[in-house]
Write a protein that binds this ligand. Structure first.
Ligand code: ADP
Length: 627
């Protein structure tokens, strides 16, 4: 039994191909994790890195509490099951299962006990004397599972184990592997390109595309709240319908406009978490609706479509259609006008019928046309607050409040939009709105604060209830300010980043040769932790001493150096007062500008310092975190 941690794992093959990018996940003991995605997305590469069959280019892999990047596969206490079974043809089933244990010099009696136990679990006791070629595909895959089982590993890795089997057997084996996982209480990591396997077997699923993780979530969360259009389309059959639309709000109604000029109206409540900027009737948006979330009837308030095909599957009927009331010119794909509907218990439609589609209002999906990321997050990413700024004061949300210096200096008088994430709204302060409702989102309290016809979203404590007034203030260092659509102020992140070089120094201490690594920023050398030094060296080889790296440090970890302590000398350019937080903008001697925390006013020259253990290192040549 074991938990695993993958932290910023990358794989760059020798030919320069980046197969896996910045893969991070914490896998709890006994989870059944599925990696899913189209062929070539990096699933097997990731699994093989966990197995130790492929080197890890950058990042850390922990099994339990042990860093195993450089550990031999045989020492990792894992067992792997392949698609190809990889059985020895000249050995019997019993010998195949016993082989690994014999290699480890396990006593014969114990081997027998383990093989018999596994054979019973997998129902292959009667086949122990047979050779693999005398068995069916399903039976062979059971032997392959058995060979993994007898080793009693901490982690099972399975690479498309069912893809050589026919559909019926796959379905049976799916439930058998799930049952096996339950009875073994061991961590499983399972690779497949089949979304049905992923959905039915995984406790959590990692959806991948082109080497990047798209979303890590439970099956139902992937289905209900896909992060982007790719995940939305990948999970579910038939695939989700997508349409290019515009959205226009009129008070409590939003009109969804389709490319053929048709439209349907939905209540504003159905899209209230979407940023108002998308509701202007012009911005292109992708509308997504699953085939099973559409009702079909004669009510003309729906989206008119003509039935072009029907598949009757008995328990359900799949209707293919085309938006509008005529077929128009024939096109096989009809991009943007095709619609698929899944109906249960309906057998009254025929090809050529003109009917109306009614999307279920709590099942609507919308995606940004360019990024294809969802526009409805469970917790909205930000609120847009229109404001009027003049003479050091801000007028917003029906209240006038004094602005902290940093904002009044950066933003001239006039109209501005404040882009405020929910986390930047904190209890206590001069702004007051009524709480319209509170929604529990994954254990957090999301408050809908009524602002005229709009909502302002904030995260609040357990003591806040619907109907009450909520007094709050804004953390100005966490917001973006836009004037006429242009950003004039951006949030201050939690990290400071430097560019610098990397070096090593060899010394003799007490007669012993000692190697030390350093991060060099201007004249300042910070000793690197040894493992990190070796890692940078192993990734970039000897060129690491010529390259420029990007070093990042949590702003909270940067301190003013003690007197006599070595450090980075900087000049204070300006103090920035954001009200709830103060920063100093400083410049290094080699011209890099950064912000540091400053509770008290700083001026002139200051020496700052931080520890090597708090430094993260990024390559500036390829987009990759090295350690
Ligand atoms: P998946 O398992 O999702 O089908 P893989 O992990 O096998 O994908 O491969 C990911 C990408 O890495 C693919 O583009 C593949 O062509 C490439 N790749 C795999 N193995 C190698 C290799 N040894 N050398 C170079 N590229 C490789």
């Amino acid at each position: 039994m074991a938990n695993l941690k993958l932290s910023h794992i990358y794989k760059v093959y020798d030919n320069g191909h980046k197969a896996v990018n910045d893969f991070s996940i914490d896998i709890a003991d006994r989870e059944f994790i599925v990696f899913v995605g189209p062929s070539g997305c990096g699933k097997s590469t990731t699994l093989r890195m966990i197995a130790g069959l492929e080197t890890i280019t950058a990042g850390d892999l922990f099994i339990g509490d042990t860093l195993v990047n450089d550990m031999e596969p045989k020492d990792r206490d894992i067992a792997m099951v392949f698609q190809s079974y990889a059985l020895y043809p000249h050995m019997s089933v019993y010998e195949n299962m016993a082989f690994g244990l014999r290699n480890r010099k396990m006593p014969e009696a114990e081997i027998k006990e383990r093989v018999m136990k596994a054979a019973q679990m997998l129902d292959i006791v009667d086949y122990l004397d047979r050779k693999p070629k005398q068995m069916s595909g399903g039976q062979r895959q059971r032997v392959a599972l058995g060979r993994a089982l007898v080793r009693d590993p901490k982690v099972f890795l399975l690479d498309e184990p069912l893809s050589n089997l026919d559909a019926k057997l796959r379905a049976t084996m799916r439930s058998e592997i799930t049952a096996l996982h339950k009875s073994l209480n061991t961590t499983f990591i399972y690779v497949t390109h089949d979304q049905v396997e992923a959905m039915t077997m995984g406790t959590r699923i990692v959806v991948m595309k082109l080497g990047y993780v798209q979303q890590i979530d439970t099956p139902m969360n992937l289905y209900n709240s896909p992060y982007n259009k790719f995940v939305a389309g990948f999970i579910g059959t038939p695939q989700m319908n997508f349409f290019d639309v515009t959205l226009k709000r009129d008070h409590d109604k939003v009109t969804v406009g389709f490319p053929n000029g048709d439209s349907i109206d939905v209540p504003y409540e159905a899209v209230s978490k979407m940023n108002g900027g998308y509701l202007d009737g012009e911005k292109p948006v992708i509308f997504g609706i699953r085939p099973e979330h559409i009702e079909v009837n004669d009510d003309e308030n729906g989206l008119k479509f003509i039935v072009t095909g029907i598949e009757r599957l008995g328990n359900e009927t799949i209707i293919y259609g085309k938006i509008g009331d005529s077929l128009g010119e024939f096109s096989l794909k009809d991009e943007g006008r095709a619609i698929v509907v899944k109906l249960v218990d309906r057998d009254d439609l025929s090809v050529g019928d003109v009917v109306y589609a009614h999307p279920k209002l709590n099942k609507l999906h919308f995606f940004d046309k360019e990024t294809e990321i969802t526009l409805i997050h469970k917790i909205p990413l930000y609120n847009t607050i229109p404001a009027l700024i003049s003479e050091g004061r801000i007028n917003a949300l029906g209240t006038s409040v004094r602005l902290p210096d940093a904002i009044s200096k950066a933003v001239s008088s006039g109209a501005a939009d404040l882009i405020v994430p929910p986390e930047a709204i904190v209890s206590g302060g001069d702004f007051v709105l009524r709480v319209a409702k509170i929604e529990n989102v994954d254990g957090k309290n999301l408050a809908y604060l009524q602002n005229g016809e709009d909502y302002l979203f904030a995260l609040v404590g357990d003591d806040v209830a619907a109907g009450e007034s909520y007094g709050f203030s804004i953390l100005y260092d966490k917001i973006t300010v836009k004037v006429n659509g242009t950003e004039v102020m951006t949030p201050i992140g939690s990290e400071v980043s430097f560019e610098g070089r990397f070096s090593k120094k060899e010394t003799r201490e007490n007669g012993e040769r000692v190697l030390r690594f350093y991060y060099n920023i201007g004249e300042y050398s910070i000793e690197a932790e040894k493992e990190k030094g070796y890692k940078i060296n192993s990734i970039d080889k000897d060129r690491c001493y010529d390259y420029v790296y990007r070093y990042t440090v949590d702003r909270d970890k940067i301190r003013i150096a003690e007197s006599g302590e070595s450090g980075l000398d900087v000049n204070v350019c300006e103090m920035l007062d954001y009200g709830s937080a103060k920063y100093a903008m400083v410049q290094t001697e080699d011209g890099q500008t950064l912000l540091i925390n400053a509770d008290a006013d700083l001026s002139g020259s200051v020496r700052i310092a931080f520890d090597g253990k708090d430094v993260s290192v990024y390559s500036t040549r390829i987009d990759m975190k090295l350690c």
